[in-house]
Ligand binder design. Structure first.
Ligand SMILES: [Mg+2]
Ligand SMILES: [Zn+2]
Length: 219
């Protein structure tokens, strides 16, 4: 009994010791160029600084985890396979530069059904309302909800006290606040001009590389 007890105790200590902090990163406007309702592979372009930023994360103790809302699926602008193709493209490009993301989480949902009847972005796509309607719902993963971060916590042993979120919108900052982690806004993409949430980020940086550099080397 005594042995069991003490070995349990030391396992707990080991779990604590092996915790890793994470940098949760938004995708559109943060890693890749902002394109409204991106649904075409050829329009996915990484910012040039993203490679170095993610390589810096890979050389550090931090996990690099993407958390991205992709309502384009619920809005029928593309299907889940296309989102996965885009992520494959992003990961191949990173791999060519010798870096990688530890995980990519995306939310394909959107709670609003109004866009199905009146949306300029439907002009050049075939609207098949039935197909993606299952994603047209409230969910726990759409930022600023923290479902994707919770999911990451269930997979990785994350040191949340030292974790960050980096994004280009107040929605990302609100997500970080909701998750109780430190927040960094970048001046790329929307650069905080979405003004959706009344939030103040802990830090503001010119871009992802500046943010990652500060987090790893100065915080
Ligand atoms: Mg964004
Ligand atoms: Zn969702």
């Amino acid at each position: 009994m005594q042995n069991n007890h003490s070995s349990k105790h030391s396992n707990l200590n080991n779990l604590d010791r092996h915790k890793k902090p994470a940098i949760f990163i938004d995708r559109d406007g943060t890693i890749i160029e902002y394109v409204a309702y991106l649904n075409k592979l050829e329009n996915l372009v990484l910012y040039p600084f993203s490679y170095e930023a993610i390589a810096m994360i890979n050389r550090s103790d931090y996990l690099g985890i993407v958390v991205t809302n992709q309502p384009v699926v619920a809005m029928n602008l593309c299907d889940i396979n296309m989102v996965e193709k885009m992520h494959n493209k992003m990961e191949s490009l990173l791999k060519q530069h010798g870096c990688y993301l530890d995980h990519i989480f995306f939310c394909p949902h959107h709670p609003d059904k109004r866009h199905l009847s009146n949306n300029e972005y439907f002009d050049n796509v075939k609207l098949e309302e039935e197909e993606n309607l299952i994603y047209n719902k409230e969910c726990e993963c759409r930022k600023p909800a923290i479902g994707m971060i919770e999911k990451a916590k269930s997979i990785y042993n994350i040191d949340m006290d030292n974790s960050w979120i980096i994004g280009d919108t107040t929605r990302d900052i609100q997500t970080g606040i909701n998750a109780g982690i430190k927040t960094a806004l970048v001046r790329t993409g929307k650069a905080g001009t979405d003004n959706r949430y009344k939030v103040t980020p802990d830090f503001v940086f010119d871009n992802l590389k500046e943010a990652v550099n500060f987090i790893i080397n100065c915080s």
